[in-house]
Design a protein around this ligand. Structure first.
Ligand SMILES: C[C@@]1(CC(=O)O)c2cc3[nH]c(cc4nc(cc5[nH]c(cc(n2)[C@H]1CCC(=O)O)[C@@](C)(CC(=O)O)[C@@H]5CCC(=O)O)C(CC(=O)O)=C4CCC(=O)O)c(CCC(=O)O)c3CC(=O)O
Ligand SMILES: NC(=O)C1=CN([C@@H]2O[C@H](COP(=O)(O)OP(=O)(O)OC[C@H]3O[C@@H](n4cnc5c(N)ncnc54)[C@H](O)[C@@H]3O)[C@@H](O)[C@H]2O)C=CC1
Length: 218
């Protein structure tokens, strides 16, 4: 499987199953998509503001739900394997992406996996284990949270520095070198992580340094 980032803005995600797993998937997609969760019962969990629809569709009613909701992605998170099979079949029939929460290993066309994800916006890192050890994905996600601390700020610093240097009379090679130096600078990481210097201060310092070295460091 090959990881891709998918923009779900303005799209609908249809989740079947209102247990803890359905809730987790709903929360995940609700940060971007319109999420509808269909289930006869709902766990006392946070569904991320998703629309909850109380119903227990039979296998032959699933296609109707997909036609009405026209989702970009369907999540099968019920505890009924036959229903999950019907959901996967109906999604495949429509060419809709399908995530089965009760399967790992071999996957059919159009099926997708939800990886463990850590964000420090706009930076995002996802982990998967080929379905072999979701608990390991979760563990590594927790480990990565520390590594990613300050990475969002660092991304904003790099973007601002690149933008500003593009408008100055600086060669491409030199611009790339400066940005690479910033990313590799322990001092900048420490400043951003500890808050001793904020991103605008760091940007100012880096650009002042460029001016003072006359732009001929390449
Ligand atoms: C294939 C996949 C399909 C998919 O759901 O997309 C899948 C399938 C299954 N998960 C199962 C079990 C558990 N899943 C978790 C947790 C997570 N599972 C997630 C993803 C995935 N799970 C996809 C593969 C990702 C990969 O490749 O690693 C995460 C990363 C993302 C998310 O769901 O949001 C989220 C962590 C989020 C986080 O915290 O960061 C825990 C731990 C816990 O709940 O604390 C357990 C119990 C411990 C264990 O068993 O490992 C079972 C057995 C069910 C049973 O025994 O009946 C199946 C079915 C099977 O294996 O057949
Ligand atoms: N991918 C993952 O991370 C994990 C996946 N699983 C798998 O996911 C399944 C769901 O896990 P939980 O949420 O813990 O189970 P659960 O049993 O707590 O929840 C299942 C939900 O499906 C609903 N449901 C039953 N029939 C339905 C129908 N016809 N239409 C819509 N909803 C229906 C139930 O009312 C219940 O709310 C498990 O059976 C297991 O196979 C379990 C743990 C983790």
């Amino acid at each position: 499987m090959i990881p891709l980032l998918h923009d779900f803005t303005d799209a609908t995600v249809l989740v079947f199953g209102g247990g803890p797993v359905g809730a987790r998937k709903a929360r995940r997609f609700a940060r971007e998509a319109r999420v509808i969760v269909v289930s006869p019962a709902f766990a006392d969990r946070d569904f991320g503001g998703a629309e909850l629809v109380r119903a227990a569709p039979d296998a032959d009613e699933i296609t109707g739900w997909l036609e009405r909701a026209a989702p970009a992605l369907v999540v099968a998170a019920t505890d009924d394997e036959a229903i999950n099979d019907a959901i996967a079949d109906a999604a495949r029939e429509r060419g809709t992406l399908i995530n089965r929460a009760d399967r790992s290993g071999e996957r059919d066309t159009g099926s997708v996996v939800v990886p463990a994800t850590v964000r420090n916006d706009p930076v995002v890192v996802s982990v998967a284990t080929g379905g072999q050890a979701p608990a390991l994905s979760k563990y590594l996600r927790q480990e990565l949270e520390e590594t990613l601390s300050g990475a969002g700020e660092m991304a904003r610093v790099c973007a601002a520095v690149r933008e500003e240097l593009k408008s100055r009379d600086v060669t491409t090679d030199r611009r790339r070198q400066i940005v690479t130096d910033v990313v590799n600078s322990t001092d900048v990481w420490t400043a951003l992580r500890t808050g001793t210097s904020n991103s605008s201060q760091v940007i100012e310092d880096v650009l002042a340094e460029d001016l003072s070295t006359g732009g001929d460091r390449s």
